[in-house]
Design a protein around this ligand. Structure first.
Ligand SMILES: *Cc1c(COP(=O)(O)O)cnc(C)c1O
Length: 371
């Protein structure tokens, strides 16, 4: 067989990410590549920084997009903020807490786990107990929007708690950003990372990130070098922030950044608060339809993520066969359950561009036919 250009099928992306990317963003990405130190490209990077500050609702100077996916954003936070033997409390209520633990260990820190059941929000009382038992803790890390379960936790209270015990907070908002309320400055969050392929609806491969002054101070006063060259913020700062000329660090993923720029413009046109509202309104629409089909949610109502709906697979339905049919016959991608929830739940994403009435109707119709 002779290789040919790859023409992807036209799918409706309603899983845990990536979400549908609009034609406007795809067109932006198809524009000519220019040099990454071209003054015009650098002005676009400055605009991305401003647009990200708008999206995170922060005036943090150290706000930019890491040139790699959400996992690199996670690694960037831990690599820069954790030093040898630092104790880090990790609140684990799903899949991503385990990865935070791996990161802390690899950077020489000591992870202390606070576990909650998958599908539950993080319990503040348990975290406070753990902080009392471990007064030498330096950082509290947690996931804002647990994509593996569809549970929403409370970054404002968790960060307040961390600060009461002289800790910094690291927040994973890969799925949270633009989908649920998030106010980085007002909530005093210290380090936060996201991804481009969830509620921002840009292509995967970049990780928006932001650090408070307190986090920046900690990074600049490290006793040891950051154990990752690529993610060392001391080096990256001079690339993204370098006044009077940027120095070469790595070649930026230029066309992916065109796409992020366009996606952030679209978000700003909608308005960040309207984006949160859109996600909630569409979630309620989907929920009503699912309830009519007799389908139940994993997470209790007040802790549900509007952008990630985890539902129990109806009795007698073959998980794999049904999802295969959804993909092949209806061009619809939804997510499977992860870890302890594998084979038990489906995860329906309503993220960014995928969060709209047409998708919801198609999704409900298709599910009705396969169950
Ligand atoms: C998707 C996701 C990640 C990982 O992002 P990638 O872009 O796949 O590396 C991390 N945390 C959460 C909560 C996510 O949903």
């Amino acid at each position: 067989m002779k290789e040919q250009s790859f023409i992807p099928p036209s799918r409706m992306l309603m899983g845990p990410g990536p979400s549908d990317v609009s034609a406007r963003v795809l067109e932006a990405m198809a524009r000519p590549t220019i040099g990454h130190l071209d003054p015009q490209f650098i002005s676009m990077m400055d605009e991305i920084k401003k647009l990200l500050q708008y999206t995170f609702i922060t005036s943090n100077e150290l706000t930019f997009a890491v040139s790699a996916p959400g996992m690199a954003g996670m690694e960037c936070c831990f690599a820069n903020l954790v030093e040898e033997n630092d104790k880090v409390i990790i609140c684990k209520n799903g899949f991503f807490g385990e990865r935070m633990k791996e990161n802390v260990e690899r950077f020489g820190g000591i992870p202390v786990m606070v576990n909650d059941d998958w599908g539950k929000k993080i319990d503040l009382n348990k975290v406070e107990e753990c902080l009392k038992e471990n007064p030498d803790t330096k950082i509290v890390a947690f996931v804002h929007a647990e994509t593996s379960t569809g549970a929403l936790s409370d970054p404002k209270s968790l960060t307040e708690l961390a600060h009461n015990y002289n800790c910094l907070s690291i927040v994973d908002t890969v799925t949270g950003l633009a989908g649920v309320p998030l106010k980085v400055d007002e909530w005093n969050i210290d380090a936060i990372y996201s991804g481009t392929q969830k509620c921002l609806s840009a292509s995967p491969g970049l990780s928006p990130i932001s650090f408070s002054e307190a986090a920046k101070e900690k990074i600049m006063s490290r006793k040891s070098k950051v154990k990752s060259w690529f993610l060392d913020l001391n080096l990256i700062m001079s690339y993204w922030e370098g006044e009077g000329g940027r120095s070469y660090h790595h070649t930026a993923p230029i066309n992916a950044l065109y796409g992020l720029h366009e996606a952030l413009l679209i978000l700003k046109e909608i308005g960040i608060e309207n984006s949160w509202k859109k996600h909630m309104d569409n979630h309620l629409l989907l929920r009503n339809g699912l309830e009519e089909l007799g389908i139940e949610y994993l997470v209790k109502e007040e802790d549900r993520l509007p952008q990630l709906n985890s539902i129990f697979i109806p009795d007698g339905v073959d998980d794999l066969a049904a999802r295969k049919r959804l993909l092949n016959d209806f061009n619809l991608e939804i997510g499977a359950g992860l870890g302890v929830l594998a084979g038990k739940i489906w995860r329906i994403g309503l993220m960014g561009q995928s969060s709209n009435k047409k998708n919801i109707e198609h999704c409900l119709d298709s599910i009705k036919q396969v169950i």
